[in-house]
Design a protein around this ligand. Structure first.
Ligand SMILES: *[C@@H]1O[C@H](CO)[C@@H](O)[C@H](O)[C@H]1NC(C)=O
Ligand SMILES: *[C@@H]1O[C@H](CO)[C@@H](O)[C@H](O)[C@H]1NC(C)=O
Length: 388
């Protein structure tokens, strides 16, 4: 930003002992300095709209996010410091059916940054009464969501759906990056079925390529893809990991959890498409250790989340001309309803867990959910299909 404001600041020592005249002079000078400061502020604000800084995407599981986090001023302040690092954030584990808490967070983010962030919110997803939403928080002046849907993962009523919380897929148009159009699919897998769900993300990827006619796709979020949930012996059976057209960022040895007792790389970015891969700066992919980055104690970091955000940087458009999107769309965009329940159970074998892991209903003859072993009501092939 080649802009220098060079008003001289008077040396107080040179003014000598002030008489009345000089007091007026001092007054005038301090007024001028205030003005200069205000002008500088205005210039900085104007420049920051024109000259984009690094463009970063994040995924962040804000553990059980609801009103109690925005009501806590310390946690709220930390969340804002974290979110403002990014142009685009895929958030997991937003709890409330009404979107009051997450909207308040983004409103506070806008006040703190002076930038227009908006949010795109998924359906309230889950198989039972415990549900979560996915939320994309994005700079509305430079990013525009153009298409979105919930992945249709099968029939919840029959227990034959593949995800506890089906991925929420969004296409973005981007002004300040070299890559102008890309697709994100965010996921929070069930820890009990992480191997199966990470494997099934391959189908989400294939489906998105066909529906959206692009290869430039990033799958991001909390995969639970490490430690006890996904182990070294599982990787060979996970298509998302084996296909070389997909690149994984955040290494297996990385740590995306606040806990000091383990190193688990639960959160990941998985990317395809030559243009998307060229647009990324691979060495910028990392978890942000909240304790180190913000000088927090374990307890302070844990109050924010049990996960660290993960981030990655995209190359800027060197020819960006300063164009901005309008910001007049509604605040808090609904992603609509997932297709849950719009299905029939023709041909489904309710006595089998094949393709039905997580299935539970009082009307089913046996269960395929993780607690069936303790209830002793698992279908006979539960272990074979659900615990690979
Ligand atoms: C939103 O839901 C929460 C509980 O999840 C409740 O406490 C709050 O009053 C609700 N707000 C509105 C505006 O409905
Ligand atoms: C899992 O199945 C048991 C019975 O086996 C049931 O009591 C429990 O509510 C189920 N849990 C979920 C989350 O569906």
């Amino acid at each position: 930003m080649p802009f220098v404001v060079a008003f001289p600041i008077p040396m107080m020592a040179n003014l000598g002992s002030p008489d009345v005249m000089e007091l007026h002079l001092l007054d005038a000078w301090s007024h001028l300095r205030e003005m200069r400061f205000l002008i500088l502020l205005a210039v900085v604000a104007a420049c920051s709209l024109q000259v984009s800084h690094a463009f970063k995407i994040a995924a962040f599981n804000i553990e059980r996010f609801d009103a109690h986090k925005v009501d806590d001023p310390v946690v709220l302040n930390l969340l804002i410091r974290i979110l403002r690092r990014y142009e685009l954030i895929a958030v997991q584990e937003v709890m409330n059916a009404n979107d009051t808490a997450i909207k308040r967070l983004v409103e506070e983010l806008n006040v703190a940054t002076g930038l227009p962030y908006n949010l795109l919110i998924s359906d309230h997803l889950g198989r039972g009464s415990y549900r979560e939403k996915y939320v994309y928080i994005f700079r509305e002046d430079i990013l525009k969501p153009t298409e979105w849907y919930h992945y249709d993962d099968g029939c919840e009523n029959c227990g034959s759906d593949s995800f506890l919380r089906e991925p929420f897929v969004v296409r973005f148009s981007s002004l300040t990056t070299g890559l102008k159009d890309f697709v994100l699919a965010t996921i929070h897998t069930s820890p009990d079925y992480a191997v199966l769900e990470v494997n099934a993300l391959y189908d989400v990827w294939e489906d998105a390529k066909q529906r959206l006619h692009t290869e430039n796709i990033m799958i991001l979020g909390d995969f639970n893809a490490d430690c006890s949930y996904v182990t070294a012996r599982h990787w060979p059976m996970i298509r998302l990991r084996q296909d070389e057209r997909l690149q994984w960022f955040i290494e297996d040895g990385g740590d995306t959890t606040v806990s000091t007792n383990n190193n688990c790389a639960y959160d990941r970015f998985v990317v395809s498409g030559a243009e998307f891969l060229n647009a990324l700066i691979p060495e910028t992919a990392k978890p942000i250790n909240l304790q180190k980055e913000y000088g927090l104690t374990y307890a302070e970091a844990k109050a924010v989340s049990d996960h660290y955000p993960i981030e990655i940087e995209l190359r800027k458009d060197e020819l960006y001309n300063g164009q901005l999107f309008g910001v007049d769309s509604s605040f808090g965009i609904s992603g609509g309803l997932s297709l849950n329940g719009v299905c029939d159970c023709a041909g489904v074998d309710f006595a089998s867990c094949d393709g039905r892991c997580g299935a539970y209903s009082r009307t089913f003859p046996c269960s395929c959910n993780a607690s069936c072993t303790s209830y002793s009501d698992c279908c006979t092939n539960y272990l074979a299909f659900c615990k690979p």
